[in-house]
Write a protein that binds this ligand. Structure first.
Ligand SMILES: Nc1ncnc2c1ncn2[C@@H]1O[C@H](COP(=O)(O)OP(=O)(O)OP(=O)(O)O)[C@@H](O)[C@H]1O
Ligand SMILES: [Mg+2]
Length: 359
């Protein structure tokens, strides 16, 4: 109130392997509900190979890009929240009998040591107690166990401090996306079993939520850069031309039919990977559960006809996720491109920015 809470507002910074996105929101309470307004927003591409397989290789380039996002968009708040993803982050849902907090902390360590495929000493472990589903057995707690490799955390924290920002929190992509979903689509979250698929350059995050209860979080090693690499190889064109082709821009000497064949092959491959994840969920303990709604986001969700390919393959209503659906912004202050063409890229950054302020 009266600006006293201002310090708590964090800039959500999504450091992807293709681009850096930043969102700062302003929260206000209206009739007991939090409403958000976009305060700042920014986007910059990263050089190729600055981040490879989830590791920041060229930290100087990443630091410069982060600085650029802040400077060009006049983001003066230095307090940031970032997120990490990929195979150095492990998320497990476990059930434990209800117990006292201290006992719980010990059990979590035990569970982490037995459930995480990395030495316990090399990871940072955190957990969240899930809100029990209606009619749940109160003797049990559903817990999300999260472990992240310390070297991954150090790798990402370093670029933030080198860019002279204060790192306030580290989240994982999938939780940030879940926040953005919950805030923007409450009616679907609470009534349906839904899947959110965030298609980036190297990682595709998959989340399945059954009426507000998270069921599955997964990071698949697939995304737009695999499309680009295959297009470049199969059509014998440069990486930059392959990028253009992917974005539907004209490239000299490329026949549409030739291009369509390669794109279709990549698309089939992507759909099969997603199908495996869906089947894994549907074959689990809850046999009656079927995914009823799909949201797509991330850069590759811009691929032409992607939603309809998903609808055809899975026979499930599919739409492009809009992280600004219930967030207002001043259209005189910002370029509309962020909220229209580019909106689907901001799922993680917006989810990060909403999260901290709720606490
Ligand atoms: N208009 C478009 N059509 C098709 N693909 C696109 C389009 N625009 C961007 N892409 C692809 O989207 C990908 C980038 O998406 P995004 O910005 O979500 O990735 P990222 O978050 O930086 O990467 P990651 O999280 O996987 O490390 C790239 O592979 C790019 O080629
Ligand atoms: Mg990403």
């Amino acid at each position: 109130m009266f600006g006293l809470g201002r310090d708590k507002e964090l800039v959500g910074v999504d450091i992807g392997s293709y681009s850096v996105k930043a969102v700062e929101l302003k929260a206000k309470k209206k009739e007991g509900e939090t409403q958000y307004d976009v305060k700042k927003i920014g986007y910059e591409l990263l050089p190729h190979d600055a981040i490879v397989e989830g590791t920041i290789i060229d930290s100087a380039a990443v630091v410069e890009t982060i600085k650029m996002v802040f400077d060009e968009n006049k983001i003066s708040n230095k307090n940031v929240i970032i997120s990490i993803s990929g195979n150095s982050v492990i998320i497990k849902k476990i059930a434990l009998p209800a117990m006292e907090t201290e006992e719980l902390a010990e059990s979590i360590i035990w569970e982490a040591k037995h459930n995480i495929p990395y030495p316990y000493e090399e990871t940072n472990v955190d957990y969240a107690i899930l809100k029990p589903p209606p009619h749940a057995d109160e003797k049990n707690l559903d817990i999300l166990l999260v472990a992240a490799k310390k070297d991954k955390i150090a790798n990402y924290s370093n670029v933030i401090s080198q860019a002279r920002k204060n790192l306030d929190a580290i989240e994982v992509d999938v939780f940030a996306l879940q926040n953005a979903l919950e805030y923007n689509y409450p009616e679907i979250i609470n009534e349906k079993t839904m899947a959110m698929i965030n298609l980036g350059a190297n990682i595709t995050n998959v989340i399945i939520i059954d009426r507000g209860n998270p069921q599955l979080f997964r990071d698949l090693s697939i995304g737009g850069s695999f499309f680009t690499e295959n297009l470049s190889k199969d059509l014998n064109i440069s990486f930059d031309d392959a990028e253009k082709v992917l974005k539907g821009l004209p490239v000299k000497d490329i026949q549409p039919e030739q291009l369509q064949t390669v794109l279709d092959m990549n698309m089939q491959n992507l759909l099969e990977e997603i199908e495996k994840t869906f089947s894994f969920y549907e074959a689990g303990e809850k046999k009656d559960k079927k995914i009823e709604h799909i949201f797509l986001s991330g850069g590759l969700s811009k691929l032409k006809d992607l939603s309809s390919s998903f609808e055809q393959k899975f026979n499930i209503k599919t739409e492009i996720f809009n992280p600004f659906r219930r967030i207002s912004y001043d259209d005189k202050k910002f370029d509309n491109i962020y909220f229209e063409e580019m909106a689907a890229l901001f799922g993680v950054a917006t989810g990060l920015a909403t999260r901290k302020m709720d606490r």
